[in-house]
Structure formats: C-alpha cells, structure tokens
Write a protein that binds this ligand. Structure first.
Ligand code: NAD
Length: 424
C-alpha cells in the first residue's frame, strides 16, 4: 500500500519506517525544510535508538521518500496519516490548529477517495471536526473517511514499541475504511480493537492518564515512605509482583514529563470541564507531579545547609527520560529553573539533550568538578556506570541526590558519599 505520513517528527517518522518494514511504500511530508532535507539524506533530526539505521535502509531502498510538495503528496496517496503535533493551549486543551491545517490542505487538494487517519493524540470529537474541515475546503464533493488510530509508542523505545504494539486501536464507522486499515496492519499479531472514533480517541487519553496516575501515586507515596523511613523501591517491587498491578510506571522519581503525559492529562481534564464534570483524580495527578521536583529540591536544601545560593550543583540529565533528546516538560528543567531562582551555580550534563539556557558540560567529570552536589535527573544508563571513586575528589562536597533512585546507595556510602534518594 502507498501511505502518506504528514508530520515527520517522533511519531510520524517512526510510524512511516515501521510501515516500510511491513512492506508498504511510504512518503513523509513536512513543512520543515531542514527536517525533510535531513531525512532525505538518511539523517534523523532527533535522537531515537535504532531508528537511524532503519531510516538509512529504507531511504537507500527508496521504500520511503520525503517531500514538501503537499499538493502532489495528497494527490498521489489514498491513505493519509496525520502525525502533527497537538501541543497544550493556554486553557489546557489540545491545540488542534496543526491538525486543522492538514485537514484543510487535504480537502483543498484531494482528487479521489481518501482514508484520512488521525495518529496524533486528539480530543474526543476530533474525527468529526476533521471531517468538517476537509469537507469545507472541497470544491467538488469527493468521498473520504476519517479514522482514529492513536499511537502508543514511547520515546526512547519508539521503534520497539511501534513494531511490537500491545494493541492497535482502529476507530471508524466506515466498513470501507476498516478494510483498508485491516490490510495495512495485516502483518501485526497483536490484538486489534475496532471501535468508533470517539471511543478510540478516549482510549488514548485514558491510557496516558492512567499511566500518569500510576506515577503520581507512587511519587506521592514516596513522600510518606520518606518520613516513615521505608524504601519506596521495595514497596514498588512488592506491589509490582501483583499481576493485577504490574511493575511498570511504578518507580518513584522526580515526576513525569515529555510531550505526552502532561498535555494529555491536562487536555482530558479540560474536556471534562467543558462538560461540567470534574476529573478530580486527574487534577491531583497533575498537582502531585508539579510538586515532585520541589520535594527533591527541599531534600537538597536540607543536606546543603538550607541555602543553595552560590552552591555549585551538577545536574546529570536534561531529557525527560533516558534514550531521548526530548526535553519538553522535563522535570529536570523544572528543577534547574528552581535552582536558578535560588541563585545556585548550575552545571548540566546530558549525553544527547541540549540546552542553550544554561552552561552545559561535555563530560560528567567536567560537570562534577567543584560541585557541592550532584543531582541525577534522568535515568541514563551511563550514570549507573560512573566511577564514583574517581569522581569524588573532583567535587567540592561528596553529595549525591538521586532523583531516579537508580544508584547503589550502599556502595556510594561506603565510598564516603552522602546519598539522598527519594525514600531510598
Ligand atoms: P513532533 O513535534 O515531533 O512532530 C510533528 C511534526 O509535524 C513536525 O515535524 C512539524 O514540522 C510537522 N508539521 C506541523 N504542521 C504540519 C503540516 N501542516 N504539514 C506537515 N507537517 C507539519 O510531534 P510528535 O512528538 O511526533 O507528536 C505528534 C503527535 O503524536 C502528537 O499529537 C502527540 O501527542 C502524539 N504522540 C506522541 C508520542 C511521542 O512519544 N512523541 C507518542 C504517542 C503519540
């Protein structure tokens, strides 16, 4: 099948390459010149393990091509995936302007029947809106169907997730579109849930909100564990062994971030508000998450004598989680901004994520030099491999604040470090 992917970001590029792996012919369309140019040359414009090799393979085989020519792209493809961003608006809702723009473009240029698939995360009712936006731009009435097909991949393991999904959700009332979608996904062995567009759209928000709730649950509990002197990691392990609960998203840390959970929780709350129904659990989920980096900050202040002014703090990790360069809504940045407000000297290290706002060190050693404390903000594997014995003499004070509960506390204490974790 020939597929057009509109929006070649994290989701669009991954989705397109996975469809190539399934034997389909893919075109990626984006408005961003630089991204299209890089992708054409087989260069990924973001960091995602394993994806660069797949891109090079399918670019070389001409299984995937990239373009900025919207009119030809829409004309030549009968299945069009919308994979553009849906960032958070000022009122908490999802900003649908990019989706609207794509839908209107499709309406303007379509020449024959199309299946228009929304992969972007969009609020309940968006499939109807897409239908209206497309129709309004048509000069002659050409039939088309709109399908909701949300994406569940995680940055950092996007390729694995997209190749091995737990489920595929297809939301449409059209039998013709259903047939096309079944054919598209025929090589996948996971369950395929067919439902209507609204339920499909809700499944995505419900899933992300539930996972965010799990994280905030254990994070809030970690504060109680902290005062009761209980290791929250043991509690997570004990809970996670119960198959009704499961171990995932149950690790205490400095809070969730990224381009999905914060905005999706907020958008679902806004949808509920628009219908005068409070989602009180989710409101608490967001509140707990906003507090969690500050919980760590308080602990940092305690160990550093109550005042962070002129203290040198080495922040290890800027990305919102390991194996990505994405810093959108990163709790690390929240902490960094608070440290700046406290007038601390901040040194940042991250293996791939970049910031221009603060001094960034090339190496962990450079960041740790003369530091009064190191704070681990992202669970990069390489932070587990650090030779702490060698690093210790570089520091002003051997203090480690482990915002991910990922280091060996006993070992660090044996080496003479003061170790502060999250109830760890
Ligand atoms: P992104 O910002 O990485 O990519 C979006 C791309 O769309 C950009 O390259 C942008 O230039 C392009 N674009 C915008 N308007 C366009 C237009 N009119 N025509 C062509 N291209 C256009 O976003 P992302 O992280 O890939 O997320 C896309 C959607 O998928 C969002 O709704 C997000 O919530 C959802 N999602 C993201 C993830 C994730 O982990 N990133 C996972 C699941 C779902």
């Amino acid at each position: 099948m020939k597929i057009l992917i509109v929006g070649t970001g994290y989701v669009g590029t991954t989705t397109g390459l996975v469809f190539c792996e399934m034997g389909h012919q893919v075109t990626g369309l984006d408005l961003d010149d630089k991204k299209i140019q890089a992708l054409k040359e087989g260069n990924l414009h973001f960091y995602e393990p394993g994806l660069d090799k797949l891109l090079q393979k399918h670019v070389a085989a001409k299984q995937i091509t990239f373009t900025k020519d919207t009119e030809s792209a829409v004309n030549e493809h009968d299945v069009i995936f919308i994979c553009v961003g849906t960032p958070q608006s000022a009122d908490g809702s999802a900003d649908l302007s990019y989706v609207q723009n794509v839908a209107e473009t499709i309406g303007t240029y379509m020449n024959r029947y199309k299946v228009i698939v929304t992969k972007s995360t969009v609020p309940v009712g968006t499939a109807d809106l897409v239908r209206q936006w497309v129709s309004r731009k048509q000069t002659t009435s050409i039939p088309f169907d709109v399908v909701s097909n949300p994406e569940f991949l995680r940055e950092g393991s996007a390729l694995h997730d997209a190749l091995n999904p737990d489920r595929i959700v297809i939301g449409t009332t059209s039998n013709k579109a259903k047939k096309v979608m079944r054919e598209l996904y025929q090589t996948f062995t996971c369950p395929i849930l067919e439902t209507n567009p609204k339920a499909s759209e809700m499944i995505k928000y419900a899933s992300n909100s539930f996972l965010a709730a799990k994280i905030s649950f254990i994070n809030e509990l970690s504060r109680l564990c902290d005062v009761l002197n209980i290791h929250v990691n043991d509690v997570s392990a004990g809970m996670g062994l119960d198959h009704r609960i499961g171990p995932h998203f149950l690790k205490a840390g400095i809070g969730y971030g990224g381009s999905c959970f914060p905005k999706d929780v907020s958008a679902l709350i806004k949808t509920a508000k628009d219908h005068k129904l409070p989602l009180s659990i989710l409101e608490s989920v967001g509140k707990v998450n906003a507090e969690q980096p500050l919980f760590l900050l308080t602990k940092m202040k305690e160990v550093l004598g109550g005042d962070l002014k002129n203290k040198t703090i080495a922040v290890l990790g800027l990305a919102f989680k390991a194996n990505t360069d994405d810093t959108r809504e990163s709790p690390s940045l929240v902490l960094v901004e608070r440290l700046a407000a406290e007038k601390a000297n901040i040194k940042i290290h991250d293996p791939v994520a970049k910031t221009k706002a603060y001094p960034q060190s090339e190496t962990i050693e450079e960041a740790a030099a003369k530091a009064d404390a190191i704070v681990i903000c992202t669970d990069w594997d390489q932070y587990k491999q650090v030779d702490w014995e060698q690093l210790k003499p570089l520091m002003n004070q051997p203090i480690i604040i482990d915002g991910r509960n990922m280091l060996d506390k006993d070992k660090l204490q044996r080496l003479g470090f003061t170790y502060i974790g999250i109830a760890n």
